[in-house]
Design a protein around this ligand. Structure first.
Ligand code: GLA
Length: 474
């Protein structure tokens, strides 16, 4: 028989480097030496199982939460007079740290009650994104550190660097701008964004547009305030601020809704955005669950994420990019509605210039949204030359709006083809291997090399390792 009783609702608070406090509840029940319960964060509720011995040492195992290939997480703690001392791992790959969890009221930390999502219907089109959206987003480079000053500086740099002239128009604030809500439940921006309306005015004064981020759940992926139950109110706030773009990220919604509720839940915000009367581009982020490409347009979506998060490395980029032929999603891309293989990493340092050219070539063939994810203020001429190559961008922005498909794959060599509005086709000859390869253009015609920016006469190309020949053929 264990000496102590760990039954209760224990709250562990851990401050992130940016000061945001993440709350983790251990809602535990002890029966003899056996402990059961739930681990609750703003993002999920997961069953726990464990034991307690007569010294008060508790060992808890969390059900594998991130897919079968991730290990279950184990937490060890000791029950003491001042609380439950836990050796916590925020992520399996991070070092453990000791946190003292305090007993709080039963029921604290439970997800809010489910609000029944609306019946399905088609959301009125907002008429936006006739070609894939282009701009910049804060997440890949800044994550939780982004501030209003960064966004202002980025708007300035978009103009001075030539990014705006190349077509990059949206300046998008990703997660971590949110505070809580005021007495009337209006969403508030935190101290990093002291005056959102002023920031929007500033971005607009540069001839650019501004985007923001939220979640249909009570909280976002980074644990900030979401739009749950406040969809219309938040849409109206965005419109009043002058927001032009919303990225709406599932995350915390998983605590309340099933995947089968997704379409209706996304539709709710789609309707709310249209009802504001302001054209607000609607970008769905739910990592392609539920075959989102089949219903993304019906909920008013202008783009929908089709993958998990990209990282600034060849493996991540090529895995995402070259898997875009695995389903039938290409046929669903069309003017106003695009598959989104996630944002660009060009210029963030984890890939070579060759690999970044492959990244932009592939994304352009895929008619993907082109959202730069680097710091434009300090971008090198080489990075800017890649990002602003007009002929490559024209491939992405082609008004026919057809997404490329893979034509052939031989070993490490892949050929992708995209039909263009003027009757010509763009071919990407990709070499995924680590040695240079000779690759043949599978058709004849008048050939233009979009990276060399000149007409060429040969039909065989030496493609560097991890590189591409991007060719337009008439
Ligand atoms: C998810 C999204 C990312 C980013 C973060 C922010 O992981 O997929 O693109 O928005 O959330 O927390």
């Amino acid at each position: 028989m264990a000496a102590a009783d760990v039954t209760g609702n224990w709250l562990a608070e851990v401050a992130a480097p940016n000061g945001n406090v993440r709350k983790t509840y251990y809602d535990l029940k002890q029966d003899g030496a056996k402990v059961t319960g739930f681990l609750r964060t703003s993002g999920f509720d997961r069953p726990l199982e464990g034991t307690i011995d007569d010294t008060g040492t508790v060992t808890l195992t969390l059900e594998t939460m991130l897919g079968a290939n991730r290990p279950s997480m184990k937490t060890v703690g000791t029950l003491k007079a001042d609380g439950l001392h836990l050796t916590m791992r925020m992520r399996p790959d991070m070092p453990p740290r000791e946190v003292v969890a305090k007993k709080v009221a039963d029921g604290e930390g439970l997800p809010p009650a489910r609000i029944e999502p609306p019946a399905l219907h088609k959301v009125r089109s907002n008429g936006l994104a006739k070609t894939p959206p282009m701009g910049w987003n804060s997440w890949n480079k800044f994550a939780g550190r982004v501030t209003a000053e960064d966004v202002k500086g980025m708007a300035d740099a978009m103009v001075s660097s030539g990014m705006k002239a190349a077509g990059y128009i949206y300046v998008n604030i990703d997660d971590t701008w949110e505070a809580g809500r005021d007495g009337q439940d209006n969403i508030l921006a935190n101290s990093k964004f002291p005056y959102m309306k002023g920031l929007a005015d500033y971005v607009h004064s540069k001839g650019l547009k501004i985007g923001i981020y939220s979640s249909p759940g009570p909280s976002t992926c980074a644990g900030y305030e979401g739009s749950y139950g406040r969809e219309e109110q938040d849409a109206n706030t965005y419109a009043a601020w002058g927001i032009d773009y919303l990225k709406y990220d599932w995350c915390g919604a998983a605590r309340i809704y099933k995947d089968t509720d997704m379409q209706a839940v996304y539709q709710k915000m789609g309707d709310a955005l249209v009802a504001t009367g302001r054209p607000i581009l609607y970008s769905l982020c739910q990592y392609s669950r539920q075959d989102v490409w089949k219903w993304g347009a019906d909920v008013g979506g202008n783009a929908w994420r089709i993958t998990g998060d990209i990282r600034d490395g060849w493996n991540s980029m090529q895995k995402i990019g070259f898997s875009q032929n695995d389903h039938d999603q290409a046929s669903f891309a069309r003017p106003g509605h695009w598959n989104d293989p996630d944002m660009l990493e060009i210029g963030n340092g984890g890939m070579s210039a060759e690999e970044y050219r492959t990244h932009l070539s592939l994304w352009s063939l895929l008619s993907a949204p082109l959202l730069a994810g680097n710091d434009i203020r300090t971008a090198t001429p080489e990075t800017l030359a890649i990002l602003t190559n007009a002929e490559v961008i024209a491939t992405d922005q082609d008004v026919l709006g057809k997404q490329a498909t893979r034509m052939s794959r031989t070993g490490d060599q892949e050929v992708w083809v995209k039909a263009l509005a003027d009757g010509s086709k763009a071919y990407g000859l990709f070499n995924l291997g680590t040695e240079a390869a000779q690759m043949k253009l599978p058709v004849r015609g008048k050939v233009r090399d979009l990276w060399l920016k000149k007409d060429v006469s040969q039909s065989e190309f030496t493609v560097p390792p991890h590189g591409v020949a991007l060719l337009k053929v008439k």
